[in-house]
Design a protein around this ligand. Structure first.
Ligand code: BG6
Length: 508
């Protein structure tokens, strides 16, 4: 694997959760795998007034707590944190950026970096523009001495207009090639494996279309509530937090045409074409195609759990959705007429993300089925947990007659003994260091995704009669979401913790 050029990573918002839980442990893991350049330094920027020594201590503790490495040696952590620095900045003002510039110069000279800097915006989204403007003003975005790249966390905008505005503003300051819009789902091994499953195996492609597929279902369920993020979440909701980015990117990878190469633009062009082909949902059809819900207080395995409206930072009469399910179509030759169902929610029974390909039934039912279930094959691509792939098909039950039973054939990543699945942030940070933007959302993808969701946002805003259904925390969301699914007796799959199980009652 190629090693990146010497570089400095500047993290804005370094005293926040993302830096401690994800970014620093990911950089540490890259270091352990010898995937970092020979010379590198990390400069954390935050409002909290702490010294570099305190920052190093805090990050060292964070690595021990959150690292996904199998074992950690304290000596290695101690050596690693010596390359971390901290600079406090009161208000991200131009003066602060002059200070950053001077600090970068000294660090660059000390280490012999050569001017390659990555700026990671791990701040609230309202700061993105100001940071970019001030970086440019301080002369830190020009690439005459080395590369300058900016990583931006989601949400990228709030709706179509604000997403467009942010793109426009950034393009005035830097080029698209310098911008890396992070969607951490694209960094997940299993999401990338979708490309391999589809395009490295000859057997799936002939079936991957409207002739053989009845419907596609994508679920991203979480068992946690909004935890400490009520303030952010209440102004965001599941549509902006999960659908606009993570779920639609999974739709893109599931539905795209084979790209001409693995080039970043070749892949992103195909995802964009899927987004452009999404059949618009009219505002009038929103209640028929989109179901939103909000968790209410409940007992989960005997423990009382607060309802969303009682969470910290959430307004008492909030109508923010913590659950959303959407039915839609993709208007192209491959997918015309095949319904796609996507859903996501907090405080659902378990944490699971998966893509279910439901194949069509056989045209003629020759055999008797157990419990009268209709015959249909399913391919389940499990993104997390118990990462793997499951194929459900019918087999003859041994014995007299021709009784048919649905059985499983499964592959679990955990069977690949001794291979640690790297975290999404490891993969994505390493890609930015190498300048590979394949797994990052391009400007047009982000805008097209917002455009698709705009009527939903508009309908919810303009029509207070569109219901927000309550669902008891720990259940599979509003029952009405089942009404979205076309076909008698059909429901969503109720996935369990283990890939092979899918009953209403199972291990969670
Ligand atoms: C984030 C959302 O992008 O993804 C969170 O902001 C959500 O609300 C998280 O919990 C889910 O990520 P993962 O990797 O745990 O599925």
């Amino acid at each position: 694997m190629e090693n990146p050029k010497n570089l400095i990573i500047v993290i804005f918002g370094a005293s926040g959760d993302l830096a401690s839980r994800k970014l620093i442990p990911a950089i540490f893991s890259l270091n352990s795998q010898k995937l970092l350049p020979l010379k590198f330094a990390v400069i954390g920027i935050g409002r909290t007034k702490i010294t570099t020594e305190e920052f190093r201590k805090k990050m060292g503790d964070a690595i021990v707590t959150y690292s996904e490495e199998k074992s950690i040696e304290i000596d290695t952590v101690d050596t690693f944190i010596k390359d971390l620095f901290y600079l406090s900045m009161d208000d991200y003002s131009p003066v602060g950026f002059e200070g950053l510039k001077a600090f970068l110069k000294v660090t660059d000279d000390d280490y012999g970096i050569g001017g390659n800097y990555i700026f990671y915006m791990a701040t609230p989204p309202s700061m993105y523009e100001a940071i970019a403007v001030n970086l440019e003003k301080a002369g830190l975005t020009g690439q005459s001495e080395g590369f300058r790249r900016i990583i931006i966390e989601k949400p990228f905008g709030y709706d179509l207009d604000s997403g467009r505005m942010l793109n426009r503003k950034l393009h005035e300051l830097i080029s698209e090639e310098q911008i890396f819009r992070i969607d951490h789902y694209l960094g997940k091994e299993t999401v990338q494996n979708l490309l391999v499953t589809r395009f490295a195996n000859g057997m799936f492609e002939p079936l991957w279309n409207r002739n053989y597929i009845h419907r596609i279902e994508i679920t991203s369920a979480e068992s946690i509530g909004v935890e400490e993020r009520g303030g952010y979440y209440d102004s965001s909701g599941a549509l902006r937090d999960m659908v606009q980015n993570h779920l639609l990117q999974m739709v893109g990878l599931t539905a795209m045409e084979p790209p001409s190469s693995l080039d970043a633009n070749a892949i992103r062009n195909e995802i964009l074409k899927v987004f452009q082909s999404l059949q618009p949902i009219s505002e009038e059809d929103v209640p028929l195609q989109v179901i939103r819900g909000q968790y209410t207080e409940s007992l989960i395995r005997g423990v009382a759990v607060a309802g969303y409206r009682n969470e910290k930072g959430v307004t008492a009469n909030s109508r923010t959705e913590t659950y959303v399910a959407i039915k839609f179509f993709i208007n192209n030759w491959r997918w015309g007429g095949v319904p796609f169902y996507i859903r996501t929610g907090k405080r659902l029974p378990t944490r699971v993300t998966e893509i279910v390909i439901h194949f069509k039934q056989t045209p003629h039912h020759l055999f008797q089925r157990e419990s009268g279930k209709l015959p249909a094959n399913q391919l389940i691509i499990r993104i997390q947990p118990d990462e793997g792939i499951l194929l459900k098909f019918d087999m003859k039950e041994p014995g007299a007659g021709f009784n048919v039973k649905n059985v499983n054939m499964d592959f679990h990543y955990s069977d690949l003994a001794d291979i640690r699945v790297p975290s999404a942030y490891e993969r994505l940070l390493h890609d930015v260091m190498l300048g590979d933007s394949t797994l990052f959302s391009r400007d047009d993808e982000v805008e097209t995704a917002w455009k698709f969701l705009q009527p939903v946002q508009q309908a919810w805003k303009n029509n207070p009669d569109i219901k927000v259904f309550g669902y008891p925390a720990g259940t599979w969301g509003p029952e009405h979401a089942n009404d979205l699914i076309e076909g008698e007796g059909l429901t969503w799959r109720y996935p369990c913790k283990n890939l092979a199980d899918d009953e209403l009652y199972c291990e969670l």
